[in-house]
Design a protein around this ligand. Structure first.
Ligand SMILES: Nc1ncnc2c1ncn2[C@@H]1O[C@H](COP(=O)(O)OP(=O)(O)O)[C@@H](O)[C@H]1O
Ligand SMILES: [Mg+2]
Length: 231
């Protein structure tokens, strides 16, 4: 995308011109670019303007979501959840700069095919991380297999995309988080349901509050099913 195209959409170009970067993904709220920053591989995540929103409201929403994402990224790190290192935040260009993780998403790994043993151990890693995150009152808000990366060197699991996350100690909110992941496994990875079982098994072992959360998960599932039946 050229500088002129960006200007047309009312962007401020970030410090690193996106013209020198490669567009990795275009979501509903943000574009993700891959580039270099001080000689390091970097990811730029830029929230774009929504033309249908009033400009003042749009700027306000953009800024508050960006701040929420940064806050949660840092909170996760404090809790010991591996996340990309935050390099910089540029509010006026609504851009976050972070470490680019060399590796694959869990979604890609599943697509390529994994052995049952590898699925089990990765599922357990996911469950353990979620237990730590939820015990620290951090709810991710968008737990999908695209938002979990595995480093190609150390095989460490890294959580990304805290754009919809929130701080909550409520079992209900944590259960919804788990339910979103359950749906992702059931729909996109029909052959990997065993992996989600490993997630729950490890979650139960590591979360101090697993009991109220898993009870709520049963309620949330029921509601989900009713919604599907009613349409
Ligand atoms: N730090 C990162 N390192 C490597 N890849 C990343 C990183 N952050 C995002 N990506 C890639 O870009 C995609 C979209 O980023 P994400 O933060 O999930 O944005 P969205 O809110 O649009 O889903 C991810 O699924 C992943 O493939
Ligand atoms: Mg994402």
């Amino acid at each position: 995308m050229s500088k002129d195209d960006l200007a047309k959409e009312g962007f401020l170009d970030p410090i690193i011109s996106t013209a020198s970067c490669q567009l990795l993904s275009q979501g509903a709220e943000a574009r993700v670019w891959s580039g270099e920053f001080l000689g390091r591989p970097v990811i730029l995540k830029q929230r774009f303007k929504k033309k249908y929103r009033h400009p003042v409201l749009d700027k306000h929403l953009n800024h508050s979501r960006l701040k929420q994402e940064v806050r949660s990224l840092l909170k996760a790190r404090k809790l010991g959840i591996p996340t990309p290192v935050l390099y910089d935040v540029e509010l006026e260009a609504s851009t976050i700069y972070m470490e680019r993780i060399a590796g694959c998403s869990v979604k890609e790994l599943l697509k390529k095919g994994m052995s049952p043993a590898d699925r089990h151990s990765l599922g357990r890693k996911i469950g353990q991380l979620l237990a730590t995150m939820h015990d620290g009152s951090l709810v991710h808000g968008d737990l999908t297999t695209s938002n979990m990366l595995v480093r190609s060197d150390s095989q460490d699991l890294v959580m990304i995309d805290f754009g919809l996350s929130s701080i909550s100690g409520l079992a209900e909110d944590k259960a919804v988080d788990l339910y979103v992941l359950e749906r992702a496994f059931n729909s996109a990875h029909a052959t990997s349901v065993d992996m989600y079982d490993a997630v729950l098994e490890a979650y139960k072992q590591h979360s101090r509050q697993w009991c109220p959360t898993l009870n709520k998960l049963a309620d949330v599932r029921m509601r989900g099913r009713k919604r599907v039946m009613v349409g």
